[in-house]
Write a protein that binds this ligand. Structure first.
Ligand code: 5GP
Length: 213
């Protein structure tokens, strides 16, 4: 039985703002952190593996997962369905592992309205400029011009939800943003309400006071 429940960490940003790089860095810093692998109906990109970046599913398979109540949240993004399977998330959180969700604002809103609401920490990553955002999408080299144009349109919509998040990081420089992300998680883990062992520690301190007479 874990000492505390894990923290659901919601990370949102427009595509290309550095969210996946930052989540990888956070998991490298603390390998006990889990990543919520989403299901999606979009086609895999070069180098992506089923079960690692995403569970790649047909629309029919995805819809049957939703109908079966298997999704914590789901949304349509760029014409494809994306969703977070509930069962692995619940298993990780009850084992005391913090879980990163790399999801859009629609997923963030749904999780804020779910049973996990009281535990979540939500972080929005902003790009330093729109030119920089577009450059990052282009140098990533994973998408066609048309897909990049669609993503830029969606970025405006995504950014309009920044104020729904607990924290915002403007990603000027990745190592600086990484430090900020670690600082957020460190502080959140230190919240009194999350430190289940404190009562015993204080009880023991009081016993020691008593022994001193
Ligand atoms: P991509 O296709 O670039 O991997 O992801 C496109 C967008 O979908 C990103 O903003 C990503 O955060 C979001 N996304 C990925 N998985 C999920 C999910 O399970 N739920 C929701 N709501 N959004 C997701």
């Amino acid at each position: 039985m874990a000492n505390r429940r894990g923290i659901p960490i919601i990370l949102s940003s427009p595509s290309g703002a550095g969210k996946s790089t930052l989540s990888k860095l956070l998991m490298k810093w603390d390998p006990s952190i889990s990543f919520s692998v989403s299901a999606t109906t979009r086609a895999p990109r070069a180098g992506e593996e089923d079960g690692r970046e995403y569970y790649f599913r047909t629309r029919a398979e995805f819809e049957s997962m939703v109908a079966g109540g298997e999704m914590l949240e789901h949304a349509e993004v760029f014409g494809n369905l994306y969703g977070s399977p509930l069962e692995p998330v619940e298993a990780a959180l009850s084992a005391g592992r913090d879980v990163i969700f790399d999801i859009d604002w629609q997923g963030g809103q749904q999780i804020r309205g779910s049973a996990l609401a009281k535990d979540i920490v939500s972080i929005f990553i902003l790009p330093p400029s729109i030119t920089e955002l577009e450059n990052r999408l282009r140098t990533r080299g994973q998408d066609s011009d048309e897909v990049i144009a669609d993503r830029m349109t969606k970025s405006r919509d995504e950014i309009s939800h920044w104020a729904e998040y607990d924290y915002c990081i403007v990603n000027h420089e990745i190592s600086d943003s990484e430090e900020k992300l670690k600082a957020i998680l460190t502080a959140e883990r230190l919240r009194r309400s999350r430190q289940a062992g404190l009562v015993d520690i204080v009880r023991e301190l009081n016993v020691q006071f008593g022994l001193r007479g």
